[in-house]
Design a protein around this ligand. Structure first.
Ligand SMILES: Nc1ncnc2c1ncn2[C@@H]1O[C@H](COP(=O)(O)OP(=O)(O)OP(=O)(O)O)[C@@H](O)[C@H]1O
Length: 405
């Protein structure tokens, strides 16, 4: 049946098996017996996966390591052949896959730019017109005339992304690769992708960043052990995925002690903003007490206050999200260059228990992290008992209340 014209990518019953040889010589042995004897076992990296991506849709693929995300992208791009099933693509694909795909390492950056253009059917004259813009977006200086094999992974991604968005794609496919770039480049790339989204392109991306999927994608596909677990609205799938993959209670509990002892952190200079210190005014309190959490930041570059936000995430000791606070969600602009910001929570209404605090300094869209410290502080809301020894609080929250006649 021909593909509907509204559909950009149609995947049907897609399966990919890899042959795993226990020893390198097993491959040769098998070849010598002309395949009559088998020295391999089959490994199914993708199993019976079906979905459609509409034109103009942005879809994120999530799943733990080894769940088959990259395999799926490579099948869609035609780099791998399916063992079973089919992929149909309706539109010109430009793909930024994991390092190595697309570029010839012996060619210079400049030569690779023209080579990619030619592969996409763009003439040399047209690429001449686009070249300066591509080079300036990549911003890798004189390396543009060096062979690509001499590039750092960051330089490689900068150039590969700059090209992939300037070769008139109708479908943009981005593997985890972008996370290799620095924060500034990630933000720039994200803005470029937003523009492409507005222009009606289909975007298909693999990422481990749930905020990126939640804030940027309309739909998400969750893979696990090569199977499609669920596809649907991005926020829904992210919520289910997060609750499924949350840390095991014991591992969380074991972090409480170390979190209480930890206070000052190694600076993370690469992204420009680093969390220096997280401190709580008390580690133990009762329902109804006030709590304040201070976060000190170090700036390694000049940052505009509207470009970042500070998030404080509170978890129960079994790993469940309790609540979160974020300057961006609250429309608060942190004062720069003041390096300290304080969150005050009056009359705490958390039920008794142990809590862990994570801190995240993110970009204005809440997508990328300049710095994130998971479970870096802890506190306890202590139990209270009535005159008969019955615990006062139970359930989800301990809200302020009054009994009247
Ligand atoms: N060429 C190959 N030969 C054998 N097994 C492979 C090959 N490529 C991938 N695999 C296996 O297939 C499974 C899926 O790999 P894939 O790279 O698609 O996962 P992924 O979800 O992208 O993982 P990650 O998040 O770590 O990048 C993994 O178990 C991997 O070891």
């Amino acid at each position: 049946m021909p593909m509907h014209s509204d559909i950009a990518i149609s995947v049907r019953n897609l399966t990919k098996n890899y042959r795993i040889f226990g020893h390198p010589t097993d491959r040769i042995k098998q070849a010598l017996t002309l395949g009559r004897m088998h020295f391999h076992r089959e490994f199914t990296a993708l199993q019976d996966v079906s979905f459609d991506i509409q034109k103009g849709e942005t879809v994120g693929i999530i799943g733990r390591n080894g769940s088959g995300k990259s395999t799926l992208l490579q099948l869609i791009c035609g780099i791998l052949k399916p063992s079973c099933g089919s992929v149909e693509v309706n539109g010109r694909i430009s793909a930024l896959l994991e390092l190595g795909a697309g570029f010839n390492p012996e060619f210079t950056g400049r030569e690779n730019v023209y080579f990619q253009g030619a592969l996409m059917g763009i003439s040399k004259d047209e690429m001449d017109e686009r070249f300066d813009e591509i080079a300036s977006f990549a911003d890798i200086g004189e390396f543009i005339d060096q062979p690509v094999r001499t590039y750092s992974s960051g330089m490689f991604v900068r150039l590969a992304f700059a090209v992939s968005i300037r070769v008139d794609p109708e479908i943009l496919i981005v593997d985890e690769a972008l996370s290799v770039g620095d924060m500034e480049f990630q933000a720039k790339s994200f803005q470029a992708m937003r523009k492409m989204q507005e222009d009606g392109l289909s975007i298909f991306l693999v990422t481990h960043s749930l905020p990126l999927v939640r804030n940027f994608c309309q739909r998400a596909i969750w893979l696990d052990h090569g199977k499609l677990i669920k596809a649907g609205p991005a926020s829904e799938i992210c919520r289910e995925y997060a609750s499924h993959t949350q840390a095991a209670p014991e591992s969380i509990r074991s972090q409480i002690k170390s979190a209480a002892e930890m206070a000052v952190f190694e600076p993370n200079k690469t992204t420009g903003i680093s969390i220096k210190q997280v401190s709580l005014d008390k580690q133990s309190l009762y329902v109804g007490d006030n709590l304040s959490i201070s976060v000190s930041l170090t700036f390694f570059k000049e940052v505009n206050a509207s470009e970042f936000g500070v998030g404080i995430i509170v978890y129960h000791d079994d790993g469940r999200l309790c609540t979160l606070f974020n300057t961006i969600r609250d429309n608060v602009i942190p004062e720069v260059p003041d390096d300290c910001i304080k969150l005050e929570i009056p009359k705490i209404s958390f039920i008794p228990g142990h809590y862990l605090v994570s801190v995240n300094v993110c970009d204005y869209a809440g997508v990328f992290s300049f710095d994130k410290l998971d479970h870096c502080a802890a506190f306890e809301v202590m139990e209270e008992f009535n005159l008969n020894g019955i615990p006062r609080w139970e359930g989800e929250i301990a809200c302020e209340h009054r009994w009247t006649k």
